[in-house]
Design a binder for this molecule. Structure first.
Ligand SMILES: Cc1cc2nc3c(=O)[nH]c(=O)nc-3n(C[C@H](O)[C@H](O)[C@H](O)COP(=O)(O)O)c2cc1C
Length: 215
């Protein structure tokens, strides 16, 4: 038995548990989650997160449930001038496959990575494992994306999770840094919002929840 000032340590932990010291209600966090929403990437502008902020939000993104502690995800950062070069290359990949584009579609491809100041590619590196299903590893990558969005919001930025065609195109994915056994869970665009987001319809809770009962 461990004692502190002559009192058994378990007495402290039991008292703390009764007072719920381990998980106090965080109304600010609940309010944040209940009002959060994505901001379209085209409405995001400078400034993006500083190096420090980026480290913080990525650390939060990596703090997700991860069965087997495999870290089945990693992050690729796209920022600065490189984003224009990415647009040039995405345009050529897309035109090679779909033929020459008119001005509007050209512009769309050229600006894919310049809409927000910082884009984080979340790479799923789920792989066959003797104990941990690939599905669980992929879910963990999705959780990392969501933590990243929420952490960016908590740090004072807005974000949007996009996949778009290049997440599903092997050549473009490889160009964007994905390995042969990896795939993008998405690209989280992060920046400062230029306008308030409009609300969108949400599922009615009673349509999507049920108390289980045996059929
Ligand atoms: C995995 C995933 C991929 C997405 N990819 C795209 C996309 O390529 N293009 C798009 O317009 N929206 C895409 N979205 C939807 C945007 O993230 C959208 O802004 C979001 O669903 C808005 O909901 P929210 O306000 O609750 O965050 C994607 C969403 C998810 C979860």
């Amino acid at each position: 038995m461990t004692y502190l000032m002559g009192i058994p340590w378990t007495s402290f932990t039991q008292a703390a548990s009764r007072m719920n010291m381990y998980t106090p209600r965080r109304q600010d966090v609940l309010d944040f989650l209940l009002s959060r929403r994505s901001h379209p990437s085209i409405t995001l502008s400078e400034p993006g997160p500083s190096e420090n902020d980026l480290d913080t939000v990525l650390t939060a993104a990596a703090r997700v449930p991860d069965h087997g502690k495999l870290a089945p995800w990693r992050f690729i950062i796209y920022r600065g001038e490189a984003r224009q070069r990415i647009g040039d290359r995405l345009l050529s990949f897309a035109e090679e496959k779909e033929g020459p584009f008119e001005a509007q579609r050209r512009e769309q491809e050229l600006t894919r990575f310049t809409r927000a100041p910082v884009v984080v590619g979340v790479v799923s590196r789920a792989a066959v494992h003797p104990k941990i299903p690939v599905w669980e590893q992929q879910l963990s990558a999705g959780a990392a994306c969501m933590n990243l969005i929420n952490a960016a919001g908590a740090a004072g930025f807005a974000a949007q999770w996009l996949t778009e065609w290049y997440s599903f195109d092997p050549d473009a994915s490889r160009f964007l840094g994905c390995g042969d056994e990896e795939r993008f869970a998405g690209f989280v665009h992060i920046g400062t919002p230029t306008q308030p987001p409009t609300e969108r319809a949400r599922p009615v809770l009673s349509d999507i929840r049920v108390d289980w009962s045996e059929a």
